[in-house]
Write a protein that binds this ligand. Structure first.
Ligand SMILES: Cc1cc2nc3c(=O)[nH]c(=O)nc-3n(C[C@H](O)[C@H](O)[C@H](O)COP(=O)(O)O)c2cc1C
Length: 242
């Protein structure tokens, strides 16, 4: 790998390819084992994420045993029921939700619970004194690194958040001061879809980039060269607008 200031064209393309072709995966797992050396590479990418005050507040619990996965899946089933009942007033969405596949806990090769430990190197963490949530944001940075590195290795990742934190604590023996942030399902897949599943089934669409950009202050959303920007996006090699 080049350590020069600039990325080569190929290096840039690789990075953008990972960004735009990464998907949240719940199906398409093929059951092939992830070798330890590949898993360690992905975890090492996660471990090189930015973190507030360099606190590195993450831990990764690797879960391969079927018994443990079944316990987590049961938590998912309970929480899914609860969340479906929240849509009692919107039967159309409730019906759509019910048909969605929202996890691949048992089908994926390895599950990883990523946790946040606020006590690591603490209590004083440089940069975390005003916004305590920066600790959890750091863990999310690690998760994104993991997700992109996995994509580069041809491994799909699905984030399951329809779970009870308390169930996860009990099932995985996580101490009270440590907070589960993500439950991830990893495995080789036979396909990465072009667009998010939730977009493909008509749940939501990707917002147009111009709608989320503000110029100088919140109330100014008019972008000067927006037509140019739109053209740049259209000209991109990868499906960045899909
Ligand atoms: C914090 C977080 C929690 C998520 N929880 C779930 C989940 O419980 N089940 C699920 O199917 N997808 C979950 N997702 C995946 C999102 O639905 C997905 O990222 C989004 O629809 C965009 O699709 P893409 O990741 O394929 O681009 C989660 C994503 C994030 C970032």
């Amino acid at each position: 790998m080049s350590t020069d200031l600039d990325f080569t064209i190929t290096e840039k393309e690789g990075l953008y390819k990972a960004v735009f072709s990464r998907r949240d995966i719940r199906s398409h797992f093929i059951g092939k084992k992830i070798p330890d050396n590949v898993l360690v590479k992905i975890l090492n990418a996660a471990h090189h994420a930015p973190s507030v005050g360099f606190s590195q507040p993450w831990d990764f619990i690797l879960i391969k045993k079927k018994d443990t996965k079944i316990k987590v899946k049961n938590s998912f089933i309970d929480e899914r029921e609860r969340s479906i009942s929240l849509l009692d007033n919107d039967l159309d969405r409730q019906d759509k939700y019910t048909k969605l596949k929202l996890e691949g806990i048992l089908e994926s090769d390895i599950n990883i619970c990523v946790t946040y430990n606020p006590e690591r190197f603490g209590p004083f963490i440089l940069g975390r004194t005003s916004i305590p949530e920066t600790g959890e944001y750091s863990v999310c940075c690690a998760i994104q690194n993991l997700w992109l590195a996995a994509r580069a290795e041809g491994i799909g990742v699905g984030w399951v958040s329809i779970l009870s934190i308390e169930d996860l604590r009990k099932i995985l023996g996580i101490p009270n001061h440590v907070k589960p942030i993500a439950y991830l399902c990893l495995g080789y897949v036979n396909k990465f879809e072009d667009r998010p599943d939730l977009e493909r089934v008509g749940w939501l669409r990707r917002t147009i980039l111009s709608k989320v950009i503000h110029s100088e202050d919140w109330n100014n959303t008019k972008l000067n060269n927006w037509n140019d920007t739109n053209k740049i996006i259209k000209d991109l090699d990868y499906r960045s607008n899909g």
